[in-house]
Design a protein around this ligand. Structure first.
Ligand code: URA
Length: 211
C-alpha cells in the first residue's frame, strides 16, 4: 500500500475492500470503519463479531450496544463526534483472539485511518488495541487514564478503556467502564485549554489528572 497516494478515507476503504491478501478476508464481510472524516474521537475496538460480520456494521452486537449506549450517556453523538474501527477488520473464526500476524497485516490500514482523520483523542477498547500503543502494563492498571502518544509529528491524547465484552462480565466492571467514559469530556476540555504542547515537552506515559 502506497500511503503517499492515498489521501482520502474513501480511497483507503476501496483498497482495503479489494485486498485479498488479508488473512481473514476469505468468506468474511470487510468492515472498514464508520463515522465522520473529521471526528475528534477515534475509537479502536478489537474485531467484528458474528453480528457485525452478518450486517457489515461495527459495534452492533451485545458488547457493541453497550459501547454505543455508554458513549451516548457520556454525551457524545456517535454519528458526529466519533470514528469507530477495529484492529482486525474481518471476523476471526469463533471470535477468537487475533494473532500477532493478523494484527500486523491489518496495521497499515489502521495507521492510515488515524493519519487521515487526525483525531484529538484515541480511545482503545481492550488489551489488543491498547497494546498497539502501550506495552509493559495491564489494562486493569491504566484504564481510564490519559496518555500522550506521538503519531507522525503530532501528540495525540489516548485513553485505554476496558473492552465492552469484558465490561459485560460483572456489574462492577461495567460501572468502571461507564465511569471511564464519563471522563472523556474533561480530557478533551483539558486538551482545549492546554493546546498542543511541543513534542519534546511531553512523553507517552504522562498522565493527566482528570477531574
Ligand atoms: N464490535 C466491534 O466491531 N468491535 C469490537 O471490538 C466489539 C464489538
Amino acid at each position: 500500500m502506497d500511503n503517499q497516494v492515498i489521501s482520502t478515507l474513501q480511497q483507503l476503504k476501496s483498497i482495503f475492500e479489494s485486498d485479498s491478501t488479508l488473512p481473514l478476508a476469505s468468506g468474511n464481510t470487510p468492515i472498514f470503519g464508520e463515522g465522520t472524516d473529521n471526528a475528534s474521537i477515534f475509537v479502536i475496538g478489537e474485531a467484528p463479531g458474528e453480528l457485525e460480520n452478518e450486517t457489515g456494521r461495527l459495534f452492533v452486537g451485545r458488547s457493541g450496544q453497550l459501547f454505543r449506549k455508554t458513549m451516548q450517556e457520556a454525551d457524545f453523538d456517535i454519528n458526529k463526534d466519533v470514528y469507530i474501527t477495529n484492529i482486525i477488520k474481518h471476523h476471526p473464526p469463533g471470535n477468537r483472539d487475533p494473532t500477532p500476524i493478523e494484527i500486523e497485516a491489518y496495521r497499515p490500514y489502521l495507521d492510515r485511518q488515524i493519519e487521515l482523520i487526525k483525531p484529538k483523542l484515541i480511545i482503545t477498547l481492550g488489551r489488543f488495541s491498547m497494546n498497539k500503543f502501550i506495552s509493559g502494563t495491564t489494562i486493569t492498571k491504566i484504564h481510564g487514564k490519559t496518555h500522550w502518544i506521538t503519531i507522525i509529528d503530532k501528540q495525540i491524547m489516548l485513553i485505554p478503556m476496558f473492552h465492552p465484552a469484558y465490561a459485560l462480565r460483572s456489574p462492577q466492571i461495567k460501572n468502571m467502564f461507564i465511569e471511564d467514559f464519563a471522563k472523556i469530556k474533561s480530557a478533551l476540555d483539558y486538551q482545549a485549554i492546554m493546546g498542543d504542547l511541543p513534542i519534546s515537552k511531553q512523553d507517552t506515559t504522562t498522565q493527566i489528572p482528570l477531574i
